[in-house]
Structures are given as C-alpha cells and as structure tokens.
Design a protein around this ligand. Structure first.
Ligand code: KE4
Length: 447
C-alpha cells in the first residue's frame, strides 16, 4: 500500500492544508493537559521530530490517523499486536467477556485457562501470576528473587529496559562493572545501590562481577534478545554462560520476555535458544493489546508469592476478564499451524529487501533480526551492545523515518526500538514496504 500524504486545499480560499492538520490540532490540545501530550514518552516523536500521528483506528496491519492518512504499521503497539489490529477473534472474545462484566476482583476460570496456556508453552514456567504491565512483571520478579534468595544485588545489562521501576532505572557508571546510578530524577541513590550494570553480551564482565559480588547477587535480569536499544541478539554462548554463572553462585536467572515472549517462538527466546531461566517476565503479546502481563517460573520459587508465601504482590485489575479473554484468543490463534513459519518467511523477506534497498542507495546500515522483531541500525556495525548501538546516526534514522512515513509506512519513532511484523502483514504489504524503502533510502542518501 503506497499512501503518499499530500496537502489538500481549502475549497473557498485555495489555501493549502497540511496533511496532518488534525493531528497537529490534537497534539496542541494534548500538550495542554498531558506532559508532552502523550501517555508514554516515546510516542511524542521526540527522537525523530515532527508531529505524532493521532490514530483514529487500526485494522490488520494498517493504521489510519485523524487526517485519514493510512500507514502500514511496524510498531504494532510496541509488540503486542502479533495478529494485527482489531483481529476479529480477539475483538469477539473481548466483546463476549465485556457483556458479562469488566472486572470482578475475584478469581475466574479464564485466568486458569490463560495460566495453563502459558505454562504449556513457556519451558521455564510451572506457575504464573498475572499483573498489568511489563514494569509490574519485572519489579515483582526482582522482589521475588530477592525474597527467595535472601540477597539484595540485581545484575542488569546496559541498554536493556525492564520498565520504569526505581531499582531498574539505572545507567552504567563510569567503570565496566559498576553499581548503577539513577537514570532519572526522583530515583534515590538508595534505590539503585544494589543494582549492578554490565555491558550486554559481555560474559567476561559478568564473570568478573560474580567473582567479586557473587554471594550478594539475588538475580541476573536480562532481555534474552535485547529490544530496547534496537534489536540486539544474544552472542553465541551468552545466555548459556549466564545460566551457568547463576548456577555456580546460587543466583536466579530472570528472562525479561515481555517483548520476546510468544513473539520469536511459541515458547519465546528461552525455547529458541534452549536456555531455561528460573523466572520469566511476560507481557505485550500475552494481552493481545490489552493490559496483561505476568511473571512465572519454577514452582518452588513461585510458591513464595503471597498469599501462599511471604513475598507480597497484588493488583486490583490483575487477571482482568477482558485482558484475559484477549490473551486467550491471541495465544489460541498463535497455536494455528505454520504461524511462526509464516512470520519467519515474511520477516526474512522484509529484512532482505530493506538491506538491499540500503545497499542500492549506498547508505551504510547494520541490520539485525530474530523472527518477526528486527531493526535497521544506521551504523557500519556490528552492533552487539549499547556502546555500539549508540554510534548509530540518529539523524539519518530520523530522515528515514519521515521518508517512510511520507510513503505510508509507520516505523518506531526512535532508532533504539524494533520493527515488528504481524500475521496481518501480507506479502503484498511487505513488497510495498520494500518499494517505499527503496525511495526512502535514496532520500536519506541525498541528505
Ligand atoms: P510496560 O510497563 O511498558 O508494559 O513494559 C515495560 C517493558 C519491560 N520489558 C521489556 C523488554 C520491554 O520492552 C518493556 C516496554 N517496552 C517499551 C518499548 N520498547 C514500551 C513502549 C513505551 O515505553 O511506551
């Protein structure tokens, strides 16, 4: 679908009207009443400039904004919409559940059904607790790991994001192995004093850390495929190396699969790479676009969670009937034959087409992909960690982003995010995306 946005003209005056006039007006109104005019920072287009498109509707792989411009969507609400927007199975399940009530604050069979689906698919999960966001999943998994081990230190990796809970809003200090310093005002140093930060894919740095602090380390928290500095796959042996370090030192290995869960394989990255964590965080696809997330893992650990155990965690809307219905419909749809093969074939074609388009235009890019999550770094590469990711030419990315938007392709408004392919991205849409990229890379090359 090639939808070039062109200005229209006022009938009476002949004055040219911007093709985003309604989004501009909505953005002005939004900034009066919400910080930055958005409910989450990345949506404000701060990293790429321009006017964020206010969305009127989504259908399949297509988003339509307030001005009637349509786009092939590769954000997919940052990962949840692996079936595409307004999938009829998901909408029907939500409508059916809503007719019976939106929230009870009491147990339901739907939660049991979704829990059984999760446990059947995710190798490392024997018991699961539902929460409302990836942030809640990660914060709860950290508290549980600390409660289970009786230790306080948490290891995370530079460039990985696990939501906005205080202990995880840290930036690497000056040295290679350093206790994190807060990355946001409002996060007290005491909150991050037990958070250790090492470079992603650097197993020797992790080994050194354990040699010095191993006895204090409750858990290693890692995105098994990093998706928040762009898409950075794990180096050969990295995840297995973390597994053995945790085993040697009595620490827990926690996979944050909020983005990769049910995305890169039915059982997530832990199934794809054959490395089993002690705890797993889930979200995004799990809710099919509704607020649904979870943490789960080995039974002996999960049995420490209240009310069964002493580690407290709660939530008014946890296991919400509408979100649970959407999650069940989504996971059941993902059990259809050849789903992951289809995602792989189409995503591989897209990646190959994007790389070819960049080469033809003479634009240096380094592309990464795992299944239906991918990224084009505007960098010579290789990109293997945060330090190499931030060498990307973000200005070139911004030009590419806007050129693609002009051609009706909606990418993440930041170099440090992923593209997501859904089952609604047909072969034709993939091909039209590649055609748009041919033109967009040429525009980038022309500067
Ligand atoms: P939420 O609290 O936003 O549901 O999940 C936090 C989170 C945890 N773990 C991983 C691996 C994640 O990717 C996320 C959230 N991802 C970002 C996109 N990179 C959400 C987009 C946003 O913040 O608006």
């Amino acid at each position: 679908m090639m939808v070039a946005m062109t200005a229209s003209r006022r009938e009476e005056t002949g004055e040219e009207i911007s093709p985003t006039v309604r989004s501009e007006a909505a953005f002005r109104a939004a900034r009066e009443v919400m910080p930055g005019g958005v409910s989450s920072p990345v949506r404000a287009f701060g990293a790429v400039g321009g006017i964020p498109r206010f969305i009127a509707k989504g259908a399949g792989a297509i988003l339509t904004d307030l001005d009637g411009n349509s786009y092939t969507d590769y954000v997919g609400s940052w990962g949840p919409l692996i079936l595409g927007h307004a999938d009829e199975r998901v909408v029907a399940a939500i409508n059916k559940a809503a007719a019976k009530g939106c929230s009870f604050g009491a147990p339901t069979e739907a939660e049991v059904r979704l829990a059984e689906l999760v446990i059947a698919r995710v190798p490392g999960i024997e018991m699961v607790r539902f929460v409302n966001s990836g942030t809640e999943a990660a914060m709860s998994a950290v508290r549980l790991a600390r409660g289970f081990t009786g230790r306080d230190a948490i290891v995370k990796f530079e460039g990985c994001y696990h939501g906005h809970v205080d202990p995880l809003l840290v930036k690497a200090g000056s040295g290679l192995l350093t206790f994190g310093t807060p990355s946001s005002p409002g996060v007290p140093g005491t909150a991050t004093a037990d958070t250790l930060v090492v470079p992603y894919n650097n197993l020797s740095a992790a080994k050194e850390l354990f040699a010095e602090h191993g006895k204090r380390i409750a858990a290693v928290l890692v995105e098994p495929i990093a998706g928040n500095m762009g898409c950075v796959p794990p180096a050969e042996g990295f995840l297995a190396g973390l597994r053995s370090l945790c085993d040697q030192h009595g620490s827990l290995l926690v996979f944050d699969e909020v983005m990769t869960g049910f995305r890169v394989a039915a059982g997530g990255a832990q199934q794809l790479y054959g490395v089993q964590p002690d705890l797993t965080c889930l979200g995004k696809v799990l809710g099919g676009g509704l607020p649904m997330a979870a943490y789960g893992g080995r039974r002996e650990i999960m049995e420490q969670v209240s009310p069964l155990g002493p580690v407290y965690q709660a939530g008014t809307l946890s296991g919400n009937p509408l979100a649970t219905a959407a999650g069940i419909a989504t996971l059941e749809a993902l059990a259809e034959p050849d789903v992951y093969e289809t995602l792989e074939t189409r995503s591989a074609r897209l990646a190959e087409g994007l790389s070819q388009a960049a080469r033809s235009a003479g634009v240096p890019v380094y592309q990464t992909r795992v299944g239906s999550m991918l990224c084009v770094f505007f960098a010579e590469g290789p990109v293997t960690d945060y330090a190499s990711a931030v060498r990307s030419d973000t200005k070139a990315y911004a030009r590419f982003f806007h050129a693609m938007l002009e051609h009706g392709i909606y990418l993440a408004p930041s170099q440090y995010e992923c593209m997501f392919v859904s089952l609604a991205h047909t072969d034709d849409l993939i091909e039209s995306t590649i055609q748009a990229a041919d033109e967009a890379f040429d525009e980038v090359a022309r500067g």
